[in-house]
Design a protein around this ligand. Structure first.
Ligand SMILES: NC(=O)C1=CN([C@@H]2O[C@H](COP(=O)(O)OP(=O)(O)OC[C@H]3O[C@@H](n4cnc5c(N)ncnc54)[C@H](O)[C@@H]3O)[C@@H](O)[C@H]2O)C=CC1
Ligand SMILES: CC(=O)C(=O)O
Length: 337
């Protein structure tokens, strides 16, 4: 079911209050039209990230309804089209494929508890996707994203640059939001990354964090007149790690911030931005960590993942990253990867 006009140029005449900066036709295929996939489709259209957004889901009624609901608002977005189908052929020749089809955390479950169920989905799904969209850049979002990115990469047989996970882009955004709020500065001026697992063992890279031109560790005051000291930083870390649990307990899923975070990654790819994002990719000899997918600050562009940047780290941060890698690896191994 396709919701766009077949007459060339008609969409531009009828809809589109803004103008996409996209220089050529671009297609994003979103697999899974649940809370995350449909919000991502909506956010992609709102931001004009791609000209064509398609949704694929096993649930025909749901995927068609989500696409139709979004399509009815397309007059108010930058130029674009949206369609949904239960036929995987809708993903054909996509430039970017985002996989959100995965098991969902119930209150109290960790992301790692979902590994078996989501890997089963990937075994069936990934070969069929690669068949219809062999040249796409693949972005895994389904959880546990690091384990599933590694499994999906191996199943796909694609080069590691072409297949990566959304990783801790969302967690880094949560961290920046909290630091900005405590310090009374714009979130855009907080440069801080969470690295490691997108999950309980993740590590905030405090040593390399900056607020404007000031190292975060030298930031002297907060809006309530206190210090951004170790205790306060620890509280912020706990809040980031606990964020998904808190939101899932309240409404059953997280969808808005992850939708925006993944659109940001899509834009970095389609516009070949070479933006530094903490995506999850296959690491080889990174701070002595190898053969695991996890997040570190990484250059992202049209080919997918590029250089992994090595920030200044303390011995505690370095040890934390190694532990996080071990935790991801042990779960992947349990499921045969
Ligand atoms: N990496 C991240 O930052 C985040 C990851 N997630 C993860 O994203 C995944 C999706 O979450 P929700 O959208 O809330 O779940 P959901 O249950 O609302 O949606 C999942 C959708 O996938 C579809 N699906 C399942 N198997 C499929 C298959 N083989 N082919 C096509 N479609 C299939 C289902 O029909 C369903 O519509 C979960 O694993 C969740 O944990 C969620 C939030 C943030
Ligand atoms: C569910 C999840 O992974 C998150 O919101 O971080």
């Amino acid at each position: 079911m396709t919701h766009h006009d077949d007459v060339p140029g008609r969409q531009e005449l009828l809809g589109g209050e803004g103008r996409s900066t996209e220089p050529r036709r671009s297609k994003v295929a979103i697999v899974g039209a649940g809370a995350v996939g449909s919000t991502l489709a909506y956010a992609s259209l709102l931001r004009g990230a791609a000209r064509e957004v398609v949704l694929y889901d096993l649930d025909k009624a749901k995927v068609e309804a989500e696409a139709l609901d979004i399509a009815h608002g397309i007059q108010f977005t930058p130029m674009g089209t949206v369609s949904g189908s239960d036929d995987i052929a809708i993903c054909a020749d996509a430039d970017v494929v985002v996989i959100t089809a995965g098991a969902k955390q119930r209150p109290g479950q960790s992301r790692l508890d979902l590994a078996g169920a989501t890997i089963d989905i990937m075994r069936a799904l990934v070969p069929r996707l690669v068949e219809v969209a062999p040249d796409a850049v693949y972005i895994m979002v389904a959880n546990p994203v690091d384990v599933v990115t590694y499994a999906g990469l191996k199943i796909s047989g694609l080069p590691a640059e072409q297949f990566f996970g959304s990783g801790t882009v969302l967690d880094s955004s949560r961290l920046r939001y909290l630091v900005a709020r405590e310090c009374g500065v714009a979130v855009q001026n907080v440069h801080a990354y969470i690295a490691g697992e997108h999950g309980d063992s993740e590590i905030p890279l405090w040593s390399s964090a900056m607020i404007g031109a000031v190292p975060l560790l030298q930031w002297g005051f907060t809006v309530d007149g206190g210090l951004l000291d170790e205790a306060r930083r620890a509280r912020i870390s706990e809040e980031v790690v606990g964020a998904a649990y808190r939101i899932i307990a309240g409404k059953g899923a997280t969808n808005y911030a992850v939708g925006l975070a993944v659109v940001r990654i899509i834009e970095a790819v389609l516009r070949d931005e070479h933006r530094v994002l903490s995506v999850s990719s296959l690491l080889e000899d990174y701070l002595e960590i190898s053969d695991v997918c996890m997040s570190v600050p990484t250059v992202v562009g049209r080919a997918g993942v590029g250089r992994r940047l090595v920030p200044v780290v303390t011995e505690t941060e370095r040890a934390g990253l190694r532990r996080s890698a071990e935790s991801i690896r042990s779960v992947a191994q349990r499921f045969g990867f």
